[in-house]
Ligand binder design. Structure first.
Ligand code: GLN
Length: 542
């Protein structure tokens, strides 16, 4: 049990997409590097209970935690930066808040009172924030409020912050407000007015920010900082510049230069401790920025127009690439556009192929063609979740001769249901939060590629699916040369498949990308990228 817990609230103004998640994760990294134990929480002002039922086009990737919560993709950044797992409690939505309050009301827990936004909804928001601090594991809880100040949906959250700031008392909590300082090319100037207005809006809600982080494309001159400070009741030292960066992994060091961590610790009355220990981070960054070679990996998926849909896969590839001193160029390939005529032309320039997770029928035949191309041409292949399922279907159809093999997700009458709904899923009717979610054990078979990569007999990996490999076909597959190298020891579900005939062909039912962090890149991605480099150097001219 730690002796204290301080709270940092991060709000956003002017516009969305300013990078509150990255700023929060970067500050957390700096505090962690000074010896503090930190966690980050995201409050999302939408009414869905979680993003699990949201279309990826709406919300990007759904990030799954160890304990099986379907959460906002910012939690992925938190884990990648901090190398510490998050949980259910780290992502709260308006849906969750209202669900709890309404359940309590139905149970008569409000003793006949009228249930209102203030105090009942705000009390529940405060309870969820303090809950993380009360675990006794963290010196600092950073709570990021989703949305932009002024949004109707954000109001109860800002009100909860106002109340908490007062209740927690001076030096126990601060508010960091992230704004935009745009550069007007026609005037040749940085403009402070949007920031002034955004702070005014916060003040109208009774919240005075303690620190302003100003996102900008240009250097913030001293006079601009002074002007912002004057209009926003702040010292100049509390106006922090956050310049556009080449990579998100630069942001902790840029904010350190601006002394954000020092200002935060001063305001929270916490000792600075030693200089932040960021050796590993800097080594990673150095490798990331100075690659000695390049590879091209095709990411075959159906949401590729939206980069955020496969955020964790992108980052896991970049991390593994950096460790191998290699720049990974990710080519997005829309599975729906692949057909027998164009497949060679589209895929022949690649050094490695990754078939992405997904749901629903759209684009699956293209994914199967991509798997076939990788298998036949012995191109390093990694299939994730649906990608692994497609690899088994392709194998059944083209190697075993089960021409109509399919997943019952796409063809409920297939004579060869090599992928079928899990028994536990057959009675499930509700959509939200009902998949096989979170970490499950996987036993690795010795003398396999999986074992070579993990160097371990038991691993825990995170899941998000309803369908599984149908074990009644296992012997047929093994007979034809597929190896089942990872099995869940409790349920016997297939977790990893591989083809030893190929130098690197592996499919996983789980999502390794969720567990890849800067300081701990995932062994499957490390192995995949290594195999892709070897393949390129051996067989490809470019
Ligand atoms: N649609 C497949 C299933 O539910 C795969 C899911 C995924 O790729 N995450 O099993």
């Amino acid at each position: 049990m730690l002796g204290f817990c301080k709270y940092i609230f991060v709000t956003g103004g002017v516009t969305s997409s300013l990078g509150k998640g990255i700023v929060s994760a970067s500050l957390a990294k700096l505090l962690q590097a000074r010896g503090y134990s930190v966690t980050i929480q995201k409050l999302d002002p939408y009414i869905n209970i979680d993003p699990g039922t949201l279309n990826p086009y709406e919300h990007g990737e759904v990030y799954v935690t160890e304990d099986g919560a379907e959460t906002d993709l910012d939690l992925g950044h938190y884990e990648r930066f901090l190398n510490v797992a998050t949980s259910q409690a780290n992502n709260v939505t308006t849906g969750k808040i209202y669900e709890t309050v309404i359940r309590k009301e139905r149970n008569g827990e409000y003793g006949g009172k009228t249930v209102q936004v203030i105090p009942h909804i705000t009390d529940e928001i405060k309870r969820r924030i303090k809950m993380l601090g009360e675990v006794g594991k963290y010196h600092v809880v950073i709570t990021e409020i989703g949305g932009t100040v002024g949004d109707i949906e954000s109001l109860p959250y800002i009100e909860a912050v106002r109340q908490l700031k007062y209740e927690l008392g001076e030096n126990n909590s601060i508010v960091i407000h992230l704004t935009l300082v745009p550069y007007l090319a026609s005037a040749g100037e940085l403009k402070t007015k949007p920031t002034q207005h955004s702070v005014k809006m916060l003040l109208e809600s009774g919240v005075q920010p303690d620190i302003l982080v100003c996102r900008t494309s240009h250097k913030l001159p001293q006079e601009v900082r002074a002007k912002i400070a004057l209009f926003c009741n702040l010292k100049v030292s509390a106006v922090i510049e956050s310049r556009d960066a080449k990579t998100i992994y630069d942001v902790p060091l840029l904010l350190k230069k601006e002394q954000l961590d020092v200002v935060v610790l001063e305001k929270l009355n916490l000792p600075f401790g030693t200089e932040p220990l960021l050796t590993e981070w800097k080594n990673f960054l150095n490798k990331l920025k100075n690659p000695t070679q390049e590879i091209k990996i095709g990411l075959v998926g159906k949401y590729v127009e939206l980069q955020d849909a496969y955020k964790s896969i992108h980052e896991a590839l970049i991390q593994a690439g950096a460790y191998h001193g290699c720049k990974v160029n990710i080519l997005n390939i829309h599975s729906e556009t692949l057909n027998t005529e164009n497949i060679k032309q589209v895929l022949s320039e690649l050094h490695g192929i990754l078939v992405a997770p997904g749901f629903g029928h759209r684009g699956i035949e293209g994914k199967i063609l991509a798997v076939q191309y990788a298998r036949v041409h012995k191109i390093p292949f990694l299939g994730i979740c649906l990608g692994m399922q497609m690899a088994t279907i392709e194998f059944a159809r083209n190697v075993m001769g089960f021409k109509e093999a399919n997943s019952t997700e796409f063809d409920s009458h297939t004579p060869y249901p090599v992928i079928d709904k899990m028994e536990s899923q057959k009675s499930v009717t509700q959509l939200g939060g009902t998949m096989r979610l979170g970490a499950y054990p996987c036993k690795i078979k010795p003398n396999t590629l999986a074992y070579e990569l993990y160097q371990k007999e038991l691993v825990f990996e995170r899941h998000r699916h309803r369908y599984e490999f149908n074990n009644s076909f296992k012997e047929n597959f093994e007979h034809s040369g597929m190896v089942f190298s990872g099995i869940n020891p409790d349920s016997d579900l297939v977790e990893i498949i591989e083809l030893p005939e190929n130098p690197f062909f592996i499919g996983v039912q789980f999502h390794p990308e969720y567990k890849s962090t800067v300081e701990n890149p995932h062994p499957l991605f490390m192995g995949f990228v290594r195999a892709v480099i070897e393949h390129k150097n051996k067989y490809c001219i470019t």
